[in-house]
Design a protein around this ligand. Structure first.
Ligand code: GLN
Length: 445
């Protein structure tokens, strides 16, 4: 399995750019150890995986897609990595991403962009575009991504694979390089729903090292894949099926809803009255948190240092050289929003709107089991199309961001093609009901 995966990476990744590091030596070492120890009782024995490069891996370069961490090698594993290693999975390497998770196209990688395996002139989505492309092209069986505002689901949709963002708090963030701590969650990208259930079973659960991880029992996710959804109540927010959603995407989603009805579900239109404020809210909160989280990259404690005339000059040069344009833009936005005199007008207001958005979902979930709609308003867009226009790029997150602000579990599952490119169906569940989300996705798949 290790050889097959390595060969595939060697053959394909020169064109795709899905990997930042391939840990060939480590791969072979782990494969030998697995062979020797006998692996039959391990649930993910020898399964080749890719790990997004913002997840810490002991002894393996972890850059978060940023030049400022270009030489950073962690001395510890993230908790999700410990768990996957215990399950026997074999990490092929670290996957490419938008710098610190900031982007929707992978063009913001500090190293090189990723190409969409369906069409090399299209983006793979972001920020977990490397993970999505690596799974879609068959280089690895599954990958981990992280999702702050859509970064697992949207690339999964663009690359025609399954992507699951668990409930905030379901999976430990210990060892995940922070972007926006109140939103970040790690989750799997896979080729089918059953694999997503297996990987989630491995990585989920309370972790005393992450104070925001939830003390909620982890059910048997595989057992929830019954194929049975008769009587399920599906809500479709009209705000996520209206203006701004491509006609081709809308059509595939409407067909998907018909299929859910065919399987015995009832489908009704509902409203998320505050959804129109979600993108604005997110692009205040996420940069504000990022500006604080990224203050640690000062040339003293981590990664790259550019010498200067004095300490302040060294900070300045290090950060000016090390960070890319989008990261700088967000640090400035976030610092501004948090500055004294503006806090109430921006950050506090955004937090209040976040609560309203969460309440919109809560009231829908009093009547319905899942909320369904498109994962993204478009299919994979051409490389270069939005990279110079941050606002259009931000608007591509319109379907995923409300769900992130509410902290809910959601999956993107392929629902056909539009003009030859994959369309994703997003299925959103109640807090900690990953089982429900997986069950619906599996029945639909
Ligand atoms: N595209 C969004 C952003 O740029 C979401 C990124 C993410 O989920 N990490 O912030």
């Amino acid at each position: 399995l290790a050889d097959a995966s390595l060969n595939c990476i060697q053959e394909m990744d020169g064109k795709l750019g899905a990997f930042l590091q391939v840990d060939e030596e480590g791969v072979r070492e782990r494969a030998r150890a697995l062979d020797e120890s006998g692996v039959a009782d391990r649930p993910l024995a020898a399964v080749p995986m890719g790990i997004k490069d913002n997840i810490s891996t002991r002894g393996v370069l972890t850059t978060a897609g940023s030049r400022i961490l270009g030489d950073y090698t962690p001395i510890y594993d993230a908790v999700v990595i410990e768990k996957l290693n215990d399950a026997g999975a074999n990490m092929m390497g670290k996957t490419n991403m938008d710098e610190f998770g900031m982007g929707s196209s992978n063009e913001n990688s500090g190293f090189h962009p990723v190409r969409n395996p369906w069409n090399p002139d299209r983006v793979p989505g972001g920020s977990s575009g490397g993970s999505a492309a690596a799974v879609a092209s068959g280089q690895v069986t599954f990958a981990l991504g992280s999702d702050t505002g859509g970064s697992i689901r949207q690339p999964a949709a663009f690359c025609g694979v399954v992507g699951l963002k668990p409930t905030y708090g379901r999976v430990s963030r210990f060892g995940l390089i922070a972007f926006a701590s109140s939103l970040d969650q790690i989750g799997p990208l896979t080729r089918n729903v059953e694999d997503a259930a297996m990987v989630l079973s491995t990585i989920a659960g309370h972790d005393p090292k992450d104070s925001t991880s939830a003390k909620v029992d982890v059910p048997d996710y595989l057992a929830s894949l019954t194929g049975e959804i008769r009587g399920l109540k599906v809500a479709v927010p009209r705000e996520l099926m209206g203006e701004g959603i491509d006609a081709g995407v809308k059509q595939r989603v409407q067909e998907a809803l018909k299929r859910l009805e065919g399987l015995g579900a009832t489908v009704e239109e509902v409203s998320l009255p505050h959804a129109e404020y979600a993108v604005a809210t997110y692009y205040l909160l996420a940069p504000a948190e990022a500006s604080s989280n990224l203050a640690r990259y000062d040339g003293v404690r981590y990664g790259v240092r550019v010498e200067g005339d004095n300490l302040l000059d060294m900070f300045h040069r290090t950060r000016s050289t090390g960070f890319g344009d989008e990261v700088k833009r967000r640090i400035m936005l976030g610092t501004y929003a948090l500055s004294s005199g503006y806090y109430d007008a921006y950050y506090r207001k955004a937090q209040q709107v976040r609560t309203l958005i969460r309440q919109d979902f809560e009231s829908i979930f009093q009547t319905y089991d899942v909320v369904v709609g498109p994962t993204a308003p478009t299919t994979a867009f051409p490389m270069g199309e939005k990279v110079d226009d941050p606002l259009t790029m931000y608007l591509n997150d319109i379907c995923t961001i409300p769900v992130s602000l509410a902290g809910l579990p959601a999956i993107s599952v392929p629902c056909g093609l539009s003009d030859g490119l994959p369309v994703g169906l997003q299925i959103v569940g109640k807090p900690f009901d990953e089982s429900g989300v997986l069950r619906v996705a599996h029945a639909f798949e």
